[in-house]
Design a protein around this ligand. Structure first.
Ligand code: NAD
Length: 701
């Protein structure tokens, strides 16, 4: 944007002045918008020829919220409360014309107006708690006067976005306009009376209902401090006048804004928007996909088929024979039945989705598919054979994807005569639920194939992260180092329970050993055996997991792995495991030592960030924030910590570097310091600074 051109312009329609906000793409409340709005409202209030104001964000927009990029910079006046205060104090009626998103600060501005008109496209809500903060410009205090305490708690704590009809039903907007919104707003404005929400009393509500709303919100808070603060500030409105409520809200907002949780959530919000910007894709147009196919209907294939059906595609499901195909259909049926049982969908939805599923055992059925996702066994021979066959049956231009977790994408692509059409689509289990989709690029993957994968992710509601081809791609490669070091800690003296407790105290829903038990110890075991011949002998190897598998402990499915499980599925420590661990230590002459939670957390965070730094330097990950997104959306890393790279930076890269040197001494080969980490520490720089400096020319990172 040209610094000289204000994003705010004014047009006159008789005595009505329209204040137009035009700050692409979403009219975020950056400094220029705040200043322009403030100047416009003050000057129009003083202009005797003006009788009423209309605020318009243009077609399809209003104001989508704060400018999060500015939040990382020193605060710059005018601040939002001043802008909202000027609208509130305006002596002339102000009409908000909401033709799109009026969220966060945009909703606070709308609430300061005297009339809120929405089109069918209006989206309204105080969404701040999603970013770990609360509204800071009177949003809670005005909303509570409009909808009451219980409803305000529910709306603010859930950060709910209301569509036009819902917003009308709760009273957040006054009318939904069918025709042209701006024309209608201009026509109505002269007759609108002043209606300052600030001057209204807080409606008297049912205390039991209010307590229930607060209890429900706290239950869903997942450690987000903003939830308790929102409840406190909204509830206080009952006993405080508007000005005191405003002061209370502002103080809470300012404190929360600087909290590590809010910084982490802001980081992830921006990371999501960055992740889809991929250098080299400028101008690439996604191929059209109107039908999809899945090869292999096991655990992953069934979940992927559900994700594709849910996204509206007809899905061809190819298995080895008719019996296996029918077993696949039964698996998909069962996944939908579970959703019906939990009330997520009804029988009619289930039937509609299953009607779009076409099972087959003949590859000829794939001839018309625009997108084919292979999810057969994790075996190079099986996969190259499938891709060779696809070469003969798939139509020209079809996207050929593989869900491989670890195998070399280049080798799979080379099995076809069209490597440019091949891409990795690495879904996570359960594939219909987990948000992460690693999109893996091989040397020859065409830009429009990558663009198709990103478009597909969007349609499926998944978070894509683009990865380069290497063993384990972005996520599993880091996870492997993380797991190895968790096992070193156990061999050196920590118990699996203690490692898991430290991880859970850090914010993981489940520790790494509990997760291993849930996914099954046999898969990783098979992989270790496969790699045994090529493993660097200088890498420390812990055989406890092998010993568990060899004694028949495969995890939850055998009723025991790293833990024992009671009839209710609760985990307990198992003396048999303690014995195996003691034997492993004794065999290596290790004297067990003790670890604090903090030491465990630091060690595991450091090795993750270190491996992430190696991926960045190699170009496997485009940016540190992509790694964060992968771990938060695919591996249960706590959102409130912002991902491993963000958490490492928040702790301080020098601390991480010192820790990684100790980790190297413990783990040997494969745990050495990432040169990029050492470089950043030496130069006092952050991952993001390095990325900016090293972004490819013409790239849009
Ligand atoms: P699975 O054993 O449950 O299912 C594989 C299915 O593929 C079986 O039903 C089998 O009959 C079918 N199949 C095998 N060869 C075939 C062929 N030539 N044609 C048609 N169908 C064939 O395995 P899974 O756990 O679903 O894993 C599938 C793929 O997904 C693997 O590459 C795996 O690495 C990857 N993956 C698995 C997970 C996970 O957590 N399980 C996560 C991400 C990726």
């Amino acid at each position: 944007m040209d610094a000289q051109v204000s994003p705010i312009t004014i047009t006159r329609h008789g005595a009505v002045a329209v204040v137009h906000i035009d700050h692409a793409p979403v009219n975020a409340l950056s400094r220029g918008v705040r200043q322009g709005l403030l100047d416009a409202v003050r000057s129009l209030d003083a202009d005797v020829s003006v009788s009423a104001l209309v605020l318009s964000g243009g077609p399809g927009r209003f104001i989508a919220g704060a400018d999060l990029k500015e939040m990382a910079l020193p605060p710059d006046a005018p601040f939002l409360p001043e802008v909202v205060g000027a609208i509130d104090a305006c002596t002339k009626p102000v009409v908000a014309a909401l033709d799109g998103a009026a969220l966060g600060g945009g909703c606070e501005i709308a609430l300061a107006c005297d009339l809120r008109l929405g089109s069918a496209k209006a989206l309204v809500g105080l969404t701040e708690t999603r970013l770990g903060i609360i509204p800071g410009a009177g949003g809670t205090q005005r909303l509570v006067r409009l909808v009451g305490v219980a409803q305000a708690i529910a709306l603010v704590c859930e950060g709910r976005v209301l569509k036009a009809g819902e917003a009308l039903a709760v009273g957040l907007i006054d009318a939904v306009v069918e025709g042209d919104l701006l024309t209608e707003a201009i026509a109505r404005a002269p007759a609108v009376a002043k209606r300052r929400l600030a001057a209204l009393p807080v409606p008297v509500g049912d205390p039991a209902e209010e307590a229930a709303a607060a209890a429900k919100a706290l239950k869903g808070a997942r450690g987000v401090p903003a939830i308790a603060e929102a409840i406190r500030v909204i509830t206080a409105s009952k006993d405080a006048d508007f000005a005191s409520g405003l002061a209370l809200e502002r103080a809470a907002f300012l404190a929360l804004r600087e909290s590590p949780e809010a910084k982490a959530l802001r980081h992830l919000f921006l990371a999501e928007r960055e992740a889809v910007k991929v250098p080299g894709l400028e101008g690439a147009k996604a191929r059209s996909v109107s039908s999809a196919a899945v090869i292999g209907a096991g655990t992953m294939g069934a979940g992927i088929a559900v994700a594709l059906l849910d996204a509206g595609y007809p899905v061809i499901l190819v298995e080895r024979d008719d019996e296996a195909a029918q077993a696949g259909v039964a698996r998909i049926d069962a996944l939908y039945s579970r959703q019906v049982k939990s009330g997520r969908i009804d029988e009619a939805h289930k039937a509609e989705r299953l009607a779009r599923l076409l099972p087959a055992s003949d590859y000829a059925a794939l001839a018309d598919a625009d997108l084919i996702v292979e999810a057969a066994f994790e075996d190079m021979g099986v996969k190259t054979d499938i891709f060779r066959r696809l070469d003969g049956v798939a139509k020209q231009g079809a996207v050929l994807a593989t869900n491989t977790s670890y195998l070399d994408l280049e080798a799979i692509a080379a099995a076809t005569s069209r490597p440019e059409d091949v891409v990795g689509l690495h879904f996570f289990a359960p594939a219909n639920i987990m948000k992460l989709l690693e999109v893996v690029k091989a040397t020859h993957t065409a830009p429009d194939v990558l663009a198709t994968a990103l478009a597909l992710a969007k349609r499926m509601g998944k978070q894509p992260v683009v990865a380069g081809n290497c063993d384990g791609f972005i996520g599993n490669r880091i996870y492997a180092v993380y797991r190895r070091h968790a096992e070193y800690l156990v061999e050196d003296g920590a118990s699996p329970e203690q490692v898991d407790a430290a991880l859970e105290a850090f914010g993981f829903a489940m520790g790494i050993f509990a997760v291993s038990d849930m996914s099954g110890l046999d898969i990783a075991y098979a992989m270790r055996k496969r790699r045994a011949a090529t493993r660097d002998p200088a890498e420390r190897y812990v055989s406890i997991a092998d010993m568990l598998v060899e004694t028949g402990r495969l995890g939850r499915k055998t009723n025991g792995g790293w833990y024992a499980y009671d009839a209710n599925g609760n985990r307990t420590s198992d003396p048999a495991v303690t014995q195996i661990i003691a034997e492993a230590r004794a065999a290596k002459g290790i004297q067990p030592r003790s670890f604090t939670h903090e030491q465990i957390q630091l060690r595991l965070l450091a090795v993750m960030a270190n491996e992430g730094a190696k991926e960045l330097a190699e170009g496997i990950a485009l940016r540190a924030s992509d790694i964060d997104l992968a771990f938060v959306n695919g591996y249960g890393f706590p959102r409130l910590k912002g991902g491993p790279m963000h958490a490492a930076e928040a702790l301080g890269l020098p601390t991480i570097l010192t820790e990684i040197k100790a980790a190297h001494a413990t783990g040997g080969a494969g745990s050495d310091t990432a040169p990029l980490l050492a470089q950043l520490v030496a130069e006092g720089r952050a991952f993001a600074d390095w990325q900016k400096a090293s972004a490819p020319k013409g790239g849009n990172t």
